[in-house]
Design a protein around this ligand. Structure first.
Ligand code: GLU
Length: 466
């Protein structure tokens, strides 16, 4: 039996969860969840200036919104620094790393001279093979002994075999002269110690993989499966930037995209399963595989995001959607719904969720049930409320006082009333929308009546009748 899958998301806290990071997290989450594995979270917080609690909190909130739950405790890379140093010292003890006493000035002079001679400026430390007896009592860094010839092959699950000429690799520093470990070492040690089996991350880290490989090999550790995924581009084919629109995952929450739709869309961004565009989490977990990740960058397409989100809203459970609307209002800093409004929203949900692409669109359609008497018609609705229309509303009211309050009966009453006035129901719809919702565009009149109930409907009609 193969070892259980362990993936991780390892963001550096930058103050928000980038949409690309959210997709990386999602891919790792799907891969682990679909295989009964574990999805771990490590905060790469070694940059102390940037890694504030607020920056970490922003990542956690973004992940919480997207429903990307992780297993176990959050790992802080910074807190593992002593362990990273221990590995560097282990390599030193094994003779796979060495103390380098070269000063910055010496290294700069070496580069200068190499440049002048048109040679490679890759630093070759004279200390690599120095006899320890010759070591001065001076500050030093610990460098790994990089392989000097041959090639290193990264077997990448997305990029295929990537071959690096070892003579392009330098003896990377593992420990700085103040004893602090470098980032590259930290990543490898953490991934190893966390038991990570699969690393799915942006292809901006592909170059790091060759250097990280040296550490795995020197320590004799198993190399995880690497999958370096192409970055996300904008519609113009350029790397996604502020110019293209929102970059933070949570900005999409504030725009009112439902989390399930966002997950579905992000999963499709660079990965595909045949022609399937719309799918559930369960399907995504079942289908997601590294083979389906494309090698070319995916382009972010807001229209497609809207379309997928619309489909998720349409098929969502009413109570869950009500909850999601409430979370959206809070995330967007908008007033919360009262208990009555929230109940009304759920009752109305069945007639709102078709064709709403975002939660604010859905809430806008729910205006009729969220608002309360007296209804103040907006400008467009006002146009449907001339005195003839108001007179009709007045006449209609008694017809709605008795009889059952169901769609069939209401249709019968309305059509009968329209016929008696030598008109069509369509003519009545405008004034009814205005009276019931104060708007010209609303869900169907029958749906509004059914959701509002007889008493409220009659009260609203009476308010505006004359
Ligand atoms: N901390 C890195 C980043 O945010 C990710 C490193 C990795 O996944 O190995 O880009």
């Amino acid at each position: 039996m193969s070892a259980p899958v362990v993936t991780r998301f390892a963001p550096s806290p930058t103050g928000f969860l980038h949409i690309g990071g959210a997709r990386t997290a999602l891919f790792n989450w799907l891969y682990a969840r679909g295989r009964g594995g574990k999805f771990l979270l490590r905060i790469e917080d070694t940059d102390r200036a940037r890694s504030t609690p607020a920056a970490t909190e922003a990542i956690l909130q973004g992940m919480a919104w997207l429903g990307l739950d992780h297993d176990g405790d959050i790992v802080s890379q910074f807190e593992n620094a002593p362990r990273h140093a221990e590995v560097a010292l282990d390599l030193l003890a094994q003779g796979k790393a060495y103390k380098c006493f070269a000063t910055q000035e010496e290294i700069a002079a070496f580069r200068e001279a190499a440049k002048a001679e048109g040679k490679s400026t890759l630093y070759h430390s004279p200390w690599r093979d120095a006899d320890p007896a010759s070591h001065p009592d001076a500050p030093y860094v610990v460098r790994i002994k990089a392989p000097q010839d041959g090639t290193t092959v990264i077997q990448d699950a997305v990029q295929g075999d990537v071959t690096i000429q070892n003579n392009t690799l330098d003896d990377m520093v593992l420990l700085r002269s103040d004893g602090t470990p470098v980032y590259m070492l930290a990543v490898v040690v953490d991934d190893h110690d966390m038991g990570v089996t699969h690393v799915v991350r942006g292809d901006d880290h592909l170059n790091n993989a060759a250097r990280q490989m040296m550490i795995y090999q020197a320590m004799g550790w198993d190399v995880p499966v690497w999958a370096h995924i192409p970055l996300i581009h904008g519609a113009d084919g350029k790397k996604l930037s502020k110019r293209h629109g929102a970059l933070g995952a949570q900005e999409y929450q504030v725009m009112g995209f439902p989390a399930a739709g966002m997950r579905n869309y992000l999963a499709r961004l660079g990965w595909s399963h045949g022609d399937d565009e719309f799918f559930t989490d369960a399907q995504a977990m079942e289908w997601f595989d590294l083979d389906g990740i494309r090698k070319s960058p995916a382009q972010f397409d807001l229209k497609k995001l809207e379309s997928i989100c619309g489909q998720h809203i349409a098929q969502a459970d009413d109570a869950a959607l009500r909850q999601e609307c409430e979370s959206y209002l809070s995330a967007a800093g908008l007033p919360a719904l009262t208990e009555t409004q929230s109940d009304g929203l759920e009752r109305a949900m069945y007639c709102l969720k078709e064709r709403a692409k975002t939660l604010p669109e859905l809430i806008e359609k729910a205006h009729f049930v969220l608002t309360s008497r007296p209804i103040a018609p907006d400008e467009k609705a006002q146009k449907n409320l001339d005195s003839v229309s108001r007179g009709m509303l007045n006449e209609l009211t008694p017809h709605l006082q008795n009889g059952s309050w169901d769609r069939e009966t209401l249709e019968e009453v309305m059509n009968g009333f329209a016929a008696a006035h030598d008109t069509k129901f369509g003519k009545l719809a405008g004034p009814l929308r205005a009276a019931l919702a104060g708007r010209a565009v609303t869900p169907s009149v029958y749906d509004m009546m059914l959701v509002l109930g007889r008493d409220e409907t009659l009260a609203r009609l009476t308010d505006l009748a004359e």
